[in-house]
Design a protein around this ligand. Structure first.
Ligand code: T4K
Length: 376
């Protein structure tokens, strides 16, 4: 009990990257120094693609320097143009990937339970220019994948999932990246599986995998053929080597995250004015984020007041995702960005705080955070 009230002297951030023991990584570095292959589909890159495809239970995966470039490329590989339906409740990179491809984002509201794009509102936003839907499995909670597929199939639209939050998540007995036409992952430092920076596109056939590989390497399709003005978004050998070591520790890290999530859930479930997202059905989670939602009237303190109180106590939660993407100046002028079109998204963006969750977060810190929220 004593430890639970110990003040926190060092800041605790929303996350802290997991890293393996340096000794475990050094032999990989020695091998890179030895063979002098630093990038361009080197041996560790190939090995990580093979290991990840098997680990995630997906047919093909192409590694990237980061998730944002993977999103930009995913849209290009399917030749997406015109208008794309997407969610405002995400990290800006989701919509920026459309902007970089000169595609008009059309924001559709979210469903309140998990904060994901509401399929029932998608059809009303489809026009003759719509070519694709770009939903996000936000916080790692699966979208309504069957309904979204049904809509995409009916209207002849492509379905590209921003799966940046859901590395390792399983849904309905299979890897979450098996839904849609493509899925895009992020291996950023803040993610459950990190290669410092990194990302990937998951696809289902060899021809698409080849085109993705061309696009991330300037468009080279052989020594003298350029198939499109591709970019340089390749993952390098150091990142890939780190990924190979990180993968060995994935299960133990997720087990630690799960324990933290369970402690939060038990400690925060019955506080008036604080609500939690339910645990998604038919899903093996990765416990990437732990969002809570503050109702000012019932809790007696606004979300921002709680956020500041936590900060004052060295706890640096984050308001993911506030402001909504639709509120940023480059998107605000769009018709679909109007708050009246995005009622649920606006509501939860005003209430959310994501609490610290990462494998090395100590039990006493979790208890202290719970007690601070309880007002003890
Ligand atoms: N789609 C979605 C849905 C995404 O969430 C993201 C990225 C993307 C696409 C794009 O993928 P990438 O291109 O990034 O691969 C962070 C991340 O930078 C971003 O990757 C992530 N989403 C987003 C949700 O969160 P910030 O601005 O909150 O990061 P930052 O630097 O403030 O980090 C948060 C906390 O983590 C820090 O307060 C301290 C801790 N931290 C962070 C870093 C980078 C560390 O302890 N060590 C570190 O190295 O955006």
């Amino acid at each position: 009990m004593e430890t639970e009230n110990k003040p926190i002297n060092k800041p605790i951030y929303v996350t802290q990257p997991s890293l393996p023991d340096l000794q475990e990584f050094l032999p990989y570095l020695e091998q890179i120094w030895e063979n002098k292959i630093l990038t361009n589909n080197g041996p560790f890159h190939k090995q990580l693609e093979a290991e990840l495809a098997s680990f995630l239970g997906v047919p093909f995966i192409s590694l990237f320097a980061n998730g944002t470039l993977a999103l930009v490329t995913a849209l290009q590989v399917l030749r997406i143009t015109g208008e794309v339906i997407t969610t405002p409740y995400s990290f800006v990179a989701t919509t920026h990937s459309l902007w970089w491809n000169n595609i008009k984002p059309v924001f559709v509201d979210i469903e309140p339970e998990f904060g994901n794009l509401d399929p029932e509102k998608v059809e009303a936003a489809i026009t003759s220019k719509t070519t694709a839907i770009l939903p996000v499995h936000v916080y790692g909670n699966p979208c309504k994948v069957d309904r979204l597929k049904e809509i995409a199939d009916t209207y002849g639209l492509k379905l590209i999932y921003d799966a940046a939050h859901c590395f390792g998540v399983k849904h309905k007995g299979k890897g979450i990246c098996n839904f849609g036409d493509l899925s895009v992952l992020s291996f950023h430092a803040t993610k459950v599986f990190n290669t410092m920076e990194g990302g990937a596109i998951v696809c289902y056939d060899e021809a698409t995998k080849k085109r993705i590989d061309y696009l991330k390497n300037f468009g080279f399709a052989g020594e003298t053929t350029i198939m499109a003005p591709g970019i340089n978004s390749k993952m390098n050998e150091m990142q890939a080597a780190l990924g190979l070591v990180q993968l060995k520790h994935y299960d133990e890290n997720i087990a630690k995250r799960k324990m933290i999530a369970e402690t939060y859930r038990a400690g925060l479930s019955h506080i008036k004015g604080i609500s939690l997202m339910p645990e998604p059905k038919d899903t093996e989670s990765n416990y990437a984020y732990f969002p809570i939602f503050v109702d000012e009237t019932d809790y007696g303190m606004s979300r921002d007041q709680l956020y500041e109180k936590l900060k004052h106590n060295n706890i640096f939660g984050r308001r993911y995702f506030y402001p909504l993407i639709s509120e940023f100046s480059m998107y605000k002028g769009l018709d679909s960005a109007k708050p009246s079109n995005l009622h649920e998204a606006n509501k939860i963006a005003e209430k959310v705080v994501c609490l610290p969750i990462f494998p090395s977060l100590e039990h006493f810190s979790v208890k202290l955070i719970i007690n601070l929220i309880k007002g003890k």
